[in-house]
Design a protein around this ligand. Structure first.
Ligand SMILES: [Zn+2]
Length: 272
């Protein structure tokens, strides 16, 4: 058995640097899931970083369009949206759109970024969300929403990066040499989750979210009124917040909030 001495141990850092890291599969997912909440945190003086997992090159109905051209266009759109919302940093990992998988490479990429930015909380897709379909007897004309495989893959990669890798000094030890020390993320928020338990009052930033969504011009779909749909949905979530939690708000974004680490009172005082 290996000899253990306390002096050799490398405990994980628990003091965050950024408030949040929002991780979306494609350019526009972070806007849809947490655009207004991100803008709200920024207004509160907090630092937010967005991470886009894929290059977005399958997000078009034009087969002949150059992949590089589309990738750059979508990244420009995302940067423009981030600027509007006040997001301080955005990282593009450029894994191939439509083919994202939970692998050593994708997990390590996220562990690297989490150790670099040290977000207090991570916001991402719910990997358990697979089919959203109303009862056909109740809504015969409604069709199902099948959650994109890249969204589910992103949720799984994030979870596996969060535990155990990001806080484990023996995981990806080559990162230690780069000064990327083990770190513990405090919470994870899943957007568009059927197990939602948290509603954020985004009444003051909802308008900004809609503007940010309009930056993604490669993703606009003709007649469909995005503004109307998103405002309607945010009102619906606000109503739900009122019924389920007794909260009063005009617009809400909803999440499934999961706590991973609760700092001790002493740590909280030292962090101030
Ligand atoms: Zn997406």
């Amino acid at each position: 058995m290996a000899k253990r001495t306390p002096g050799d141990a490398l405990p994980a850092i628990t003091t965050p640097d950024y408030e949040a890291m929002v991780i979306g599969a494609h350019p526009d997912d972070a806007d849809v899931g947490a655009g207004a909440t991100s803008a709200l945190w920024v207004r509160q003086g907090k630092k937010v970083v967005w991470v886009i997992m894929t290059d977005g090159t399958e997000g078009s109905e034009i087969p002949g369009l150059s992949e590089t051209e589309l990738m750059h266009q979508r990244e420009r759109e995302q940067r423009q949206a981030c600027e509007l919302l006040g997001i301080q940093a955005v990282e593009f990992l450029r894994f191939p759109d439509g083919h994202l998988a939970n692998t050593e490479v994708t997990r390590k990429a996220l562990v690297r970024l989490m150790r670099q930015y040290r977000p207090r909380l991570v916001v991402t897709h719910d990997p358990e969300q697979r089919i959203i379909a109303p009862d056909p007897d109740e809504q015969p004309d409604a069709t199902a929403y099948l959650n994109h495989p890249d969204h589910r893959a992103t949720g799984n990669i994030v979870l596996d990066a969060l535990f155990p890798a990001v806080g484990n000094p023996r995981a990806y030890r080559e990162l230690l040499v780069e000064g990327l020390l083990p770190y513990r993320v405090h919470e994870v928020y899943f957007f568009l989750s059927s197990k939602k338990n948290t509603y954020i009052d985004v009444s003051e930033t909802m308008e900004l979210k809609v503007k940010a969504l309009h930056c993604h011009s490669t993703q606009s779909h003709g007649e469909f009124s995005m503004t109307e749909w998103f405002l309607h949905y945010a009102v619906k979530m606000a109503r739900e917040a009122s019924v389920r939690k007794g909260l009063d708000m005009q617009y809400a974004e909803e999440f499934r909030r999961v706590k991973l680490y609760v700092p001790s009172k002493r740590e909280e005082i030292e962090a101030v």
